[in-house]
Write a protein that binds this ligand. Structure first.
Ligand SMILES: NC(=O)c1ccc[n+]([C@@H]2O[C@H](COP(=O)([O-])OP(=O)(O)OC[C@H]3O[C@@H](n4cnc5c(N)ncnc54)[C@H](OP(=O)(O)O)[C@@H]3O)[C@@H](O)[C@H]2O)c1
Length: 280
């Protein structure tokens, strides 16, 4: 088949997969850029992940995103992993190379930073201490992103202290793990507060946190995006802090993956944002 006729094919593997917004995101960009391609949701059971990844090349896929629960397992199954993904300990993008071998990337750190820059152009990671709440997969991506952008002090607090300690040990300075019980004191002098726990998400209790000690100039970011305005963001907005919701991270993490699959770096347009917001 002539290359011009080739249908470029990519997808997203998850279990379950019906909640994923990636098909809508990538299909919007395919249509906007007039690319003859397709992006499909792939329901892959955890025990079939290796088979599914190995099948990508034979099926003619350019690559695939991987989402919950596959992000950590997939890292161990691909042929090469880039430095950022290795640091985070998970991949969310698999690209099929010419010879059929697989490269793994993690675009969550990029997506997170882009979401802050979109909300606050000129934002800098070295503007002051960052406080990150949580030590799960997303907290690792946010920590890696801020460290790479030159954050000088990252205060990491997690309900299960050992998980924050492990990240602090692994990343070294600038990451310092503090006890969960000291999260309100930890806000003093901070320039950025990030909720990377699941608290505040739909059907979850709000994060228990008084913002009294947080400077009004601090940026407050919540990576939860259902609802778009979590109780934390509402409280921050009411007292005068600038806020960033989790939708930007979700939208921007798709951009480098789309570029890797289809060859064009797409933009997050207001129309795309409205379209995905309508699904929330
Ligand atoms: N915007 C985006 O693109 C994006 C991407 C991925 C995820 N997210 C959001 O980020 C959230 C976290 O995702 P994840 O993948 O990092 O999840 P995860 O690996 O399961 O981690 C969950 C985190 O929440 C903490 N947590 C759970 N219940 C808590 C409670 N009652 N009190 C205090 N902390 C609690 C956990 O602490 P322990 O260690 O003590 O259990 C852990 O740090 C998700 O809920 C999702 O909404 C957003």
């Amino acid at each position: 088949m002539a290359h011009a006729e080739r249908l470029l094919l990519a997808g997203v593997m998850g279990w379950p997969i019906s909640h994923s917004r990636s098909p809508e995101l990538h299909r919007y960009w395919l249509s906007r850029h007039g690319i003859r391609g397709s992006y499909v949701p792939l329901a892959v059971r955890p025990e079939r992940l290796l088979d599914a990844l190995k099948g990508l090349s034979a099926l003619g896929f350019c690559g695939s995103n991987v989402t919950i629960p596959h992000k950590e397992a997939a890292l161990a199954l691909v042929d090469r992993v880039d430095a950022m993904a290795r640091r985070i300990g998970a991949i969310n993008t698999v690209v099929v190379a010419e010879d059929g071998s697989l490269d793994g990337f993690n675009t969550d750190a990029f997506g997170y930073i882009e979401s802050l820059l979109e909300a606050r152009p000129g934002w800098r990671a070295d503007a002051g201490p960052a406080v990150i709440l949580g030590a799960g997969g997303s907290a690792r991506a946010v920590t890696a992103a801020l460290a790479e952008r030159g954050a000088k002090e990252i205060r990491l607090l997690n309900r299960t202290r050992a998980r924050a300690d492990a990240i602090a040990r692994e990343f070294g300075p600038p990451v310092v793990a503090l006890p969960w019980g000291e999260r309100e004191e930890a806000l003093a002098g901070a320039a950025l507060l990030v909720n990377a726990t699941s608290q505040g998400m739909e059907r979850q209790p709000p994060l228990e946190l008084s913002l009294a000690r947080l400077p009004i100039a601090a940026l407050v970011s919540d990576i939860v995006y259902i609802p778009l305005e979590t109780p934390l963001l509402a409280a921050a907005r009411k007292r005068g802090n600038a806020t960033v919701n989790g939708l930007g991270m979700l939208l921007h993490q798709g951009r480098p993956a789309f570029k890797a699959f289809f060859g064009v770096m797409p933009e997050v347009t207001p129309e795309l944002r409205r379209m995905i917001e309508a699904t929330i």
